[in-house]
Write a protein that binds this ligand. Structure first.
Ligand SMILES: Cc1cc2nc3c(=O)[nH]c(=O)nc-3n(C[C@H](O)[C@H](O)[C@H](O)COP(=O)(O)OP(=O)(O)OC[C@H]3O[C@@H](n4cnc5c(N)ncnc54)[C@H](O)[C@@H]3O)c2cc1C
Length: 340
């Protein structure tokens, strides 16, 4: 065992793992994180805290992860290389480990121009850092954990116990390049992988064949990304604008069409129907990716719609989540007399 996190134990015990994403608020409202923790508790083995996703300022992933710990929910802290150099990242990782955070997802981060792509202003003029890339970050974390050494060579007084993850975009040409990226991430230290959202399961299954051919599914635990669709418009946007995401037309056509001059009641009814269809599609995707050899779990991203997660996990027959018995190192030390 590397970090003794619940996620690591669930994966290690051979269970089909479930992680879910929690998006922190764009303010200091820690209560929002607590409310979302309440919604997700018991429905995922660990909950990912995004790190200023889409390059918009949010309550930090470290602080949000610490709040999750207080709430009895295991966090996966996400850490981008966009906003911090290697000194800041390592300092934050040490701080996170000191707080009891045991899982970390190493990612590049959305480009700062993304923040201004929607209705928000974001910070498109911000300077990005990219002092290191996501693969170097994996390598740094692995050495902090396994060799108790900082990237610059200075020793750490104690190891930094972390179960280390990476994001991976399996689809998009050229596929060979995608496999090489995965292999590099695994070699650098990725204990687990959370993929970009999968909608074209056939295409993903083909990529997984290459993964199995290289034996990578045995060296890391691949959790397939399930981004819960909310509308045809969302799927069309993702298909057109998110690199490596391809959405089959049949999925888009399942959502109701809403006439431009529809009444507010008609729009409300269409929204409710779309939500049901979106959850149903997520359940079907989970069932399909589960059949693919080498997929060891799912990462459910409901994107600011956390209340959908319990319904999906339940409908996909993923309850109850396993309780993994403590390992020997978790057990009380018999040499310590509890009565004294
Ligand atoms: C599960 C998941 C969670 C995420 N969470 C967040 C978050 O919390 N905050 C946030 O800001 N973003 C987040 N993202 C977005 C993500 O960081 C970006 O989409 C990133 O561009 C791709 O993922 P990565 O971090 O693994 O990138 P990397 O694998 O590090 O690659 C970064 C980019 O560079 C490209 N690239 C790498 N090497 C080369 C090369 N040699 N030549 C050409 N192109 C290259 C890659 O294709 C990719 O587009 C998340 C993505 C996923 C899948």
């Amino acid at each position: 065992m590397k970090a003794e996190s619940n996620l690591e134990k669930v994966i290690d015990a051979g269970h089909f793992a479930v992680t879910a994403e929690l998006g922190p608020p764009m303010s200091s409202a820690g209560g929002v994180v607590r409310e979302k923790a309440d919604i997700l508790r018991g429905y995922a083995d660990a909950v990912n805290i995004t790190d200023c996703q889409t390059a918009v300022v949010r309550l930090s992933s470290i602080a949000s992860a610490a709040i999750l710990l207080q709430e009895g929910v295991e966090p996966v802290m996400q850490m981008t290389v966009r906003d911090r150099n290697r000194i800041a990242i390592q300092a934050d990782i040490l701080g996170a480990a000191a707080l009891g955070i045991k899982n970390c997802l190493c990612i590049a981060g959305d480009h700062q121009s993304f923040g201004a792509a929607g209705k928000l202003s974001g910070h498109p003029g911000a300077k990005n850092v990219y002092d290191i890339d996501s693969i170097q970050l994996l390598d740094i974390l692995r050495k902090m954990r396994d060799e108790s050494v900082q990237q610059g060579g200075d020793p750490l007084e104690c190891p930094t116990p972390l179960f280390i993850g990476a994001a991976w975009t399996p689809m998009g040409d050229p596929v060979d390049f995608r496999i090489v990226r995965l292999a590099k991430k695994v070699a650098a230290g990725a204990d687990f992988i959370q993929t970009q959202g999968i909608y074209d399961v056939k295409q993903f299954a083909d990529v997984m064949e290459h993964v199995r051919h290289r034996g990578l599914h045995e060296k890391t635990a691949i959790l397939a990304g399930i981004i819960v669709p909310k509308s045809a418009g969302m799927l069309r946007y993702m298909n057109a604008s998110v690199a490596g995401v391809s959405v089959p037309d049949e999925l888009i056509k399942r959502f109701p069409k809403v006439a431009k001059d529809a009444s507010p009641e008609e729009k409300k009814a269409a929204r409710a129907k779309s939500q049901e269809i979106g959850k149903q599609i997520a359940v079907e995707l989970i069932e399909q990716v589960r059949e693919i050899e080498g997929v060891r779990g799912v990462h459910i991203q409901a994107i600011e719609w956390e209340p959908a997660v319990p319904d999906i996990v339940k409908a996909a027959a993923l309850l109850p989540r396993p309780t993994v018995a403590p390992t020997d190192t978790d057990a009380p030390d018999p040499s310590v007399d509890s009565a004294s």
